[in-house]
Write a protein that binds this ligand. Sequence first.
Ligand SMILES: [Zn+2]
Length: 118
Amino acid sequence: MSRLCLNCNEPVLGRTDKKFCTDFCRNIFNNRKNQCENLCIKETNKILKKNHSILTGIAAGKRKKIKKTELERMGFNFCFHTGIQTKKGKTQFVCYDKGFMFSGEDTVILSEMKSQNI
Ligand SMILES: [Zn+2]
């Protein structure tokens, strides 16, 4: 059974582990793949940065509690964080040096992370 080039779908000749018909096709394919991966990382970093800047802004105002809906209105995305830890049986989410945990239905408690916890 002939193998097809992952880039151009032309038959691949030669070694059985060869995936591309030419070096050109291999380069095109890998560059495209890296571009997609970089874009994905960029998008995720953008969301994390935004989350962090929102938490930093609230902390600068010395607030320790905020409504979940208020955070969402600011554009906070709860699906993205940099870590999770359990503190006194409660789950705390980490966003770099900021922490947040849910309290009740609609309240979020904010905290500063100590450097060894990041
Ligand atoms: Zn090819």
